[in-house]
Design a binder for this molecule. Structure first.
Ligand code: IMP
Length: 442
């Protein structure tokens, strides 16, 4: 059973790119199966920093085939810019990248629509989207009448189809823009531009569903790289403050066309604390000097948008829920070094809601907004841990913190990260026998 999955268990930005990069060595194929250029993966290797948004992080290993499946929404100029940048830096993209003809195409009207519909949540609080046109493109996909898949760009009748779509979009956007106004799109111009993108992308476009099924049936090792985090899942996250795809583990089967029987292991990635970008409830948020400290020490600014991230304590109620929904087997705890200067650290292990103690994650945002976190406070470890390479090189209090996270989430910790570089990683299976961190006791 050759499929491994890497899923973020918070609101995205859990440093999944580093874990994918580490695991890629043992895999033949790395797959992106949902989301789009709203995601941002940073991989630091050999002193070089690579920022990727659509292309799987596996592209940095020349022996690995990278696949963008039909569940992804693709903005052709963004993808081409990423391909060009990597190629110019000597990364072999042409041989190693495949994009599904079923993936949906983001057009400039999706981006305008994203801007014009922001602030649409029922209570008027903005969702705070990345403005990459992700939501409007997925809406069109589900609505069908005004959608274009990558494979459609190579079929006859595209010009007529774009004429119909542009007519509809110009009317829609004019209504949404009202007094603000907007510059209408020209179908001919969009057709010319996208025909050019299509030609450049032609060598990469394929039926990735069949390719992946063949690969899995042949026993090849496939790594599924989640984007965003489970709490942003459109069905199981903090709706409506979510992204428009299934960013929890449940998204893999639909997004890649791969049945669950091939997914043999799922690693849930969490930060040692919590962050969130954009709107929506965040019970453990610290709007104080702790939050500022975490932001500064963790460089908590969006990879894609550079927006400052909201920061707070680790929320074990949310992470446990996300781990269960995503079928997580083990945890990777990232950015542990960011907590190193704090005298004490906190973990939320339950909420109080309407005078009652709650250990499950509320299904409605109104309840989550009112939930008051109940914390356990643990002693900090005021020392630099960025050089640790084995669990026994970590201070006792850091190990205690990891063990408590493991216990509260209900999954063993397999990987601990203490810095951005590939080398700054601790594999918990290297731990001395019976070490507390490797197994939850609860
Ligand atoms: P959208 O995906 O651009 O529609 O944004 C919807 C929500 O998801 C907003 O709160 C975004 O900040 C959040 N979001 C989308 N992608 C990411 C990501 O890669 N990391 C963190 N938050 C994200």
């Amino acid at each position: 059973m050759p499929g491994t999955c890497v899923i973020g268990l918070q609101w995205g930005d859990e440093a999944k790119g580093k874990i994918v990069d580490l695991l890629t060595e043992r895999h033949d194929i790395v797959v992106r199966y949902q989301g789009g250029a709203n995601a941002g993966h940073t991989v630091v290797t050999g002193g070089q920093t690579y920022k990727l948004s659509l292309i799987p992080s596996g592209i940095l290993r020349p022996a690995v085939q990278c696949v963008i499946t039909g569940g992804v929404v693709v903005n052709p100029p963004t993808l081409l810019a990423e391909i060009d940048d990597l190629t110019n830096r000597g990364v072999p993209v042409a041989e190693n990248l495949m994009i599904s003809d079923r993936s949906h195409v983001i057009f400039p009207w999706h981006i305008v629509q994203d801007r014009l519909t922001e602030g649409c949540a029922s209570n008027g609080e903005a969702i705070g989207t990345t403005m990459r046109g992700i939501g409007p493109c997925y809406s069109d996909k589900v609505g069908r009448a005004h959608a274009v898949r990558l494979g459609d760009l190579y079929r006859p009748g595209l010009a007529e189809r774009l004429t119909r779509i542009v007519e509809h979009k110009n009317a829609l956007l004019a209504a949404l823009a009202g007094n603000q106004g907007f510059a209408p799109f020209s179908a001919e111009q969009v057709h010319r531009e996208y025909a050019h993108y299509a030609e450049r992308l032609r060598p990469y476009v394929a039926d990735t569903t069949t390719f992946l099924l063949d690969a899995l049936e042949a026993g090849r090792n496939v790594l599924f790289e989640g984007a965003q985090g489970a709490l942003l899942d459109v069905d199981h996250g903090t709706y409506p403050y979510v992204t428009s795809s299934n960013s929890s583990g449940v998204g893999i089967t639909a997004g890649a066309g791969v049945p669950g029987r091939y997914l043999h292991k799922t690693i849930g990635v969490v930060k040692a604390y919590c962050t969130r970008v954009g709107g929506g409830p965040f019970p453990t948020e610290q709007n104080n000097e702790i939050g500022s400290h975490l932001r500064q020490r963790g460089n908590e600014y969006g990879t894609v948008t550079r927006r400052p991230r909201r920061c707070g304590w680790f929320d074990a109620v949310a992470a446990r829920y996300a781990a269960r929904v995503s079928g997580v087997d083990t945890l990777a705890v990232m950015l542990l070094d960011v907590l190193s200067e704090l005298d004490e650290v906190k973990i939320c292990t339950a909420y109080e809601l309407n005078g009652r103690r709650l250990t499950s994650f509320p299904s409605h945002v109104d309840d989550l907004r009112q939930a008051v976190p109940i914390y356990e406070t643990l002693p900090g470890w005021c020392q630099n841990i960025s050089h640790a390479r084995h669990l026994d090189e970590l201070p006792k209090n850091a190990l205690r913190y990891l063990a408590r996270i493991s216990e509260a989430v209900g999954r063993p910790v397999e990987i601990v990260s203490v810095g951005a570089d590939r080398q700054q990683t601790i594999l918990a299976q290297d731990a001395p026998r019976g070490h507390a961190v490797a197994q939850p006791t609860g």
